[in-house]
Design a protein around this ligand. Structure first.
Ligand code: EPZ
Length: 437
């Protein structure tokens, strides 16, 4: 563990400052994959230099493309696309979940693709069965090979596909493959997150014919070829909510620049219900967050796919709810195992319990599956600094929030994992007045 991987954080201060929110960590890498669908030059603006950006840069260069950094962001040109090198793909897939999304470009331009066992965070098994089903339905042949799956297709042909769950990744897999397939495709029960709509915007600029239907199905008419594009990535609504939750938990005040209010709508409503408040600029790109009353109110919160309360907003917000006056109930319905950070909150003194039942809302697909996916928080509790180890990206930020709200010093290890999702994290922490070294 490198010495940069450990953070000493002294809690108790009220945060106060401005944070500039840049391009979405979960939109940008998929837009980089879209650039692999054309031999023309693509320009991407509002780029966050995070690990997925670096991994996709290396993958594109290893596949024969070029990626240039400019002041505005990234320029990508994949005039030729080589057949995926399985060893390289295994290495890239060990660092990120994005490489699995390169099947569409690879199949369309080389006739071959390779999926390694998925990487990414430690939040439940990260399967790709929905992705494989999409690719097979569009005509890809698959063969199990050591360490992964080899795919091949002379042509991809449009198909009508239904997802068992509105998976963001599987929807992206569909979009990046169906746009150049022969004929019409339809994806029922698709995800329609803002990051998905941003990818659709890019594909539309490239010449794709894509419709989001009122029943949340996505229909695509395949085209022969796609052009280059210039695109400004939507802001990161996950990072925005993380910093806002920090202000709520510490009774501080944070102003975020570069955001989009409409992408945060459900978060903002929940923020107000908990006793926070916010003020947005006329165009909704600057939002100031603070706590509107001395004691936060307890809530029942259920995570869901868009436009619901996003699963990535859950752990930072639950951390703030440890400071609410009463009992809060949180039901995580997207991931079966995204409550691991609760142990750390308990270590800091939070009064918090996990349940395998679906509490506080509807019965979800994890019911009776023995998954600890419901949380009950009894607040308020005074948190006391302690030793913490970061298990995954979003949980990691909730450790920062908890440590900042706690009395005394916390020693947080595994902090480098946060660099996957938060650019210039230490600089931003210093900006808002968190006392750390
Ligand atoms: C994306 O992950 C995001 N990651 C996640 O953010 C986010 O939490 C998630 O969408 C939900 O919004 C990126 O965009 C890189 P899913 P993804 O496919 O696409 C199951 C972060 O912190 N599933 O919508 O992998 C899966 O296990 C990350 O920034 C299958 O069963 O999420 C999960 O329970 C964390 N089979 C559910 O669907 C599959 O083939 C939702 O997953 C695919 C998914």
């Amino acid at each position: 563990m490198s010495d940069t991987d450990v953070l000493q954080l002294r809690g108790g201060a009220k945060v106060d400052g401005n944070i500039d929110i840049k391009g979405s960590k979960n939109a940008l890498p998929k837009i980089m994959v879209a650039a692999m669908l054309t031999e023309e030059r693509c320009e991407i603006e509002n780029v966050s230099w995070l690990s997925d950006t670096r991994t996709m840069t290396e993958l594109i260069e290893a596949s024969g493309g070029t990626v240039g950094r400019s002041t505005a962001g990234l320029s990508i040109e994949v005039s030729t696309l080589g057949v995926p090198d399985t060893t390289a793909m295994r290495e890239f897939s060990g660092r990120s979940r994005i490489p699995v999304l390169t099947c569409g470009p690879a199949l369309h331009r080389t006739g071959e693709a390779y999926i390694s066992s998925p990487g990414g965070c430690t939040i439940g098994p990260r399967p790709v069965d929905f992705h494989l089903d999409v690719l097979r339905r569009l005509g890809a042949e698959t063969v199990d090979v050591p360490g992964g799956i080899q795919l091949s297709a002379t042509r991809l042909t449009g198909a009508k596909i239904e997802l068992p769950f509105p998976s963001v990744g599987a929807t992206e897999q569909f979009l990046l493959s169906a746009c150049l397939a022969d004929g019409d495709s339809e994806l029922c029960n698709a995800a329609v997150e803002p990051e998905i709509l941003d990818l659709i915007t890019v594909l539309q600029k490239m010449g794709s014919l894509i419709n989001v239907e009122t029943n949340r199905a996505i229909t695509v008419t395949g085209v022969k070829r796609l052009r280059g594009f210039t695109h400004r990535v939507i802001p990161d609504r996950l990072e925005a909510a993380s910093w806002a939750s920090l202000a709520l938990a510490t009774d501080g005040e944070i102003t975020l620049d570069g955001v989009r209010q409409q992408d945060l709508a459900t978060y903002l409503n929940t923020y107000r219900r908990a006793g926070g408040d916010f003020e947005a600029s006329p165009d909704g790109t600057t939002i100031r967050f603070w706590r509107s009353q001395s004691m936060l109110r307890p809530l029942a919160v259920e995570t869901s796919v868009h436009p619901g309360f996003m699963t990535d907003w859950q752990s930072p917000f639950v951390t703030a709810l440890t400071q609410a006056d009463g009992i809060s109930v949180i039901h995580e319905t997207v991931y079966e195992d995204r409550t691991g950070y609760v142990d750390a909150l308990k270590a800091l003194g939070a009064n918090i319990g996990l349940f395998t039942e679906c509490l506080g809302g509807t019965t979800c697909r994890f019911a009776r599956g023995n998954h600890p996916h419901s949380i009950v928080v009894v607040g308020p509790t005074k948190l006391q600094g302690t030793e913490l180890h970061v298990p995954d990206l979003r949980a990691g930020f909730s450790y920062l929030i908890a440590a900042a709200a706690a009395n005394g010093v916390s020693t947080i290890t595994g902090i480098d994992l946060l660099d996957r999702g938060y650019e210039n994290l230490r600089g931003k922490m210093a900006t808002v007045g968190i006392d750390f070294e």
